[in-house]
Design a protein around this ligand. Structure first.
Ligand code: MN
Length: 453
């Protein structure tokens, strides 16, 4: 028998637009509409048909918002119709974003199968003559917010005795107080399934190493979602033999590149810009070589790479030159073959050479700021209040939909310390500016005391 071939689709968020696109997109021969989730969905459908998939399974958050349902719904329905025509089964579980949109599509297209509708676990067998049979077990969000683990109501007898059982779920893994179906890794292991393919968090796990974890978003939508994005190709040869491989077919990709500032050519503004731009081009070229070798850029993969440039080290220049570096407007896109690279912005790497503890003993403005940063680093009471305010501010930004972030922002989902790191970075940048200013003032004071010892 041949193995079962299933395409798993993580968070699509049809209707969202990728952010930080370059102004001169059209001059590069690119269109915003061909870089977003609808395009990666179209590519997924074509690929499933070309490679002869037996099923396509969506893990929730397919449609981003209810009011996007016309445009996004059309793209979804078109793809489902193409797959169904090709004899491919299309199944989905509902995520927290599409509690009404997805059931509506399922009601309109008879062949589109919702798994676990209304928050009740459901098993479906994929059976076809000459193909290894597979059981899918899934659960759908009954409403936008669910604060208890769906695994609590999983009936163990849904696991098949004679074939591989694959779990499909949209959930918040190891985030116990989450309102998005919090699930513990241990609960997944206890179910005894052959694989768990999950939606919700946009950073994919290495499912090729072990097929339990997040599929990741289908397309990066901002600089907080770096790395390859796309669906997963899963082959099931027997129980316990589930092989997953990532298909990085998203047309846009976000990356961070590193750029050293040591030895930056002194001179006027144009000289500094030229030297800096040359260094960035070298860094982007190295990135391009790496991505091209892996087949992650070019036709059918990323056409645009939006890069954040992280600078390291101290240029031997004054503050004005630093301002030139962080004024990204002079940075034009670079193209290597048919792949375009734009600079999203320039950020500073953390400064391990700043001795915060020593600076915190100073009785001036940099000393005051350094004391606050030490508190933030060590987690004192004042820092906790600051973190709560920052979290509320970020939530307000994301709730307004002005930024294409996740339903829960990346800093919250991936690493709890990320918000501290974010604030520390901003604080250190500020501190460096203050130190440069006070050094300049001290220099002036010195020169005013000519002849003094
Ligand atoms: Mn979600």
């Amino acid at each position: 028998m041949e193995p079962a071939r299933i395409v798993f689709v993580g968070d699509l968020h049809l209707g969202r637009r990728p952010s930080a696109l370059p102004d001169d997109l059209e001059a590069l021969g690119l269109r915003a509409s061909a870089l977003g989730p609808a395009e990666v969905w179209r590519r997924t459908v074509e690929l499933a048909i070309e490679r002869g998939a037996h099923a396509v399974v969506l893990a929730g958050d397919v449609v981003d918002r209810e009011d996007d349902r016309f445009e996004a719904g059309r793209a979804l329905r078109d793809g489902i119709a193409r797959l169904v025509d090709a004899g491919i089964r299309v199944l989905a579980v509902v995520g927290n974003h599409d509690v009404t949109a997805l059931p509506r599509v399922a009601d309109a297209i008879a062949e589109f199968e919702l798994l676990g509708r209304g928050g009740r676990w459901e098993a479906v067998d994929l059976e076809r003559v000459g193909v290894v049979p597979v059981r899918l077990v899934g659960w759908s969000f009954p409403r936008a917010s669910v604060s208890e683990s769906p695994l609590g109501s999983l009936d163990r007898t849904l696991r098949a005795a004679d074939r591989a059982t694959l779990g499909v779920l949209h959930c918040d893994l190891d985030a116990s107080r989450s309102p998005y179906a919090p699930v513990r890794s241990l609960e997944l292991d206890d179910a005894g399934f052959d694989a768990w393919l999950l939606g919700h968090v946009h950073k994919p796990h290495d499912l090729a190493a072990r097929p339990v974890g997040y599929l990741g978003s289908m397309s990066g939508l901002d600089a907080g979602e770096p790395g390859p994005r796309g669906p997963w190709w899963v082959e099931v040869a027997a129980p316990g033999q589930v092989m997953a491989s990532h298909l990085p077919i998203a047309p846009i990709r976000y990356e961070t590149v590193d750029c050293a500032l040591e030895g930056l050519r002194p001179g006027d503004r144009a000289d500094v810009e030229d030297d800096f731009e040359g260094r960035i081009r070298t860094a982007l070229e190295a990135l391009h070589d790496r991505l091209e070798r892996r087949g992650e850029v070019g036709p059918g993969a990323a056409a645009l790479v939006v890069a954040r440039v992280r600078v390291h080290g101290r240029p031997r220049h004054d503050l004005d030159v630093r301002r030139v570096l962080f004024d990204e407007r002079f940075l034009a896109p670079h193209s290597f073959g048919a792949t375009h690279y734009s600079v999203e912005r320039v950020i500073e790497a953390e400064r391990p050479d700043l001795d915060l503890d020593a600076l915190a003993r100073r009785i001036d403005a940099p000393g005051l700021l350094a004391r606050r940063l030490v508190g933030l680093r060590d987690g004192d009471d004042e820092a906790r209040a600051l973190l709560a305010r920052a979290e509320a501010a970020l939530d307000a930004e994301t709730a307004g939909g002005r930024f294409a972030l996740l339903d829960a922002p990346a800093w919250k989902q991936d690493e709890p310390d990320a918000l501290v790191a974010l604030l520390l970075r901003a604080g250190l940048r500020e501190l460096e500016g203050l130190l440069a200013q006070s050094a300049a003032l001290a220099g002036e004071a010195d020169s005013g005391q000519v002849g003094a010892p």
